[in-house]
Design a binder for this molecule. Structure first.
Ligand SMILES: [Zn+2]
Length: 268
């Protein structure tokens, strides 16, 4: 979906800039003017698309999206929860495997399942902030972004006594203010290395295949125990794939850490 939106924006803006360039060329007496104007707009739009939609882009501020290789670490991260009964099922699997992971919590979902975030915390998992509404951030003002972050962190702190230190933007999309507001709220902006599109429900075997094909040393793996604000979102495919993912990655020699542990484990 991200690629489609980015492609649509690029196409429309290219057409617009071409038209604007042509109009300006006709009213301008400077012959080379419209070509440079056109090239500048294309370059500017490409940068803008990259800055907003490319989760790893440093254009709107640096972001942690992978650990350095050499330590055989993988961080499992789960977005869009809590979403029962799937969050509890993921907790049970991780408990059986003695793995701690990082869960990026949507505030409105946490409001529906307050017991789940308490359970996550009690089991030693890390809770990150994934906004209150899971709406896309690029069109929001700094004050609206701050509200999304603060409400969610307040709720998590009220339930667990601990305030999140990591923030992940919905879909990884950002605008020029996101990083600044995140840091002002005392958090570190993070993205991910490998997403396997498990919310598309491609089947547990496909989720497993995509994960094993893409997992590397230092990988921040993005999985989902929910799907935006969707009530009762079916995450059963992920739940069925998860034990096999863990078994195979362990077999390959990887150790599982929380995202904060991975960030702290970065060689200086
Ligand atoms: Zn999300």
């Amino acid at each position: 979906m991200i690629l489609k939106i980015a492609a649509a924006i690029t196409l429309v803006s290219t057409l617009l800039s071409f038209t604007a360039g042509e109009i300006l060329a006709r009213v301008s007496s400077h012959r080379g003017f419209h070509l440079w104007f056109f090239l500048f707009l294309i370059f500017f739009e490409a940068l803008l698309v990259l800055a907003v939609f490319e989760r790893r882009s440093p254009i709107f501020g640096t972001i942690f999206w992978k650990g350095k290789a050499g330590k055989n670490l993988i961080a499992l991260t789960f977005d869009d929860g809590p979403n029962e009964p799937f969050t509890s099922q993921v907790i049970d699997i991780l408990k059986g495997q003695k793995i701690r992971a990082t869960f990026f919590i949507v505030g409105q979902n946490a409001e529906r399942f307050p017991g789940s975030i308490r359970q996550l915390f009690d089991e030693g998992h890390e809770l990150g902030n994934h906004t209150w509404t899971h709406e896309v951030l690029p069109l929001k003002t700094p004050a609206q972004i701050r509200d999304e972050l603060t409400r969610t962190s307040d709720l998590i702190e009220k339930s667990t006594g601990s305030r999140p230190t990591l923030f992940r933007s919905p879909h990884g999309w950002r605008n020029p203010w996101v990083n600044r507001v995140v840091r002002e709220c005392g958090m570190v902006p993070v993205a991910w290395t490998l997403g396997v599109w498990d919310t598309d429900r491609p089947g547990e075997e496909e989720i497993l295949r995509r994960t094993l094909d893409g997992a590397r040393d230092g990988c921040v793996l993005l999985l989902h125990d929910g799907r935006g604000l969707e009530e009762g979102a079916d995450s059963s495919q992920l739940v069925r794939a998860l034990p096999k993912i863990i078994d195979e990655l362990r077999h390959r020699g990887f150790e599982f850490v929380t995202l904060s542990e991975m960030i702290g484990a970065e060689p200086k």
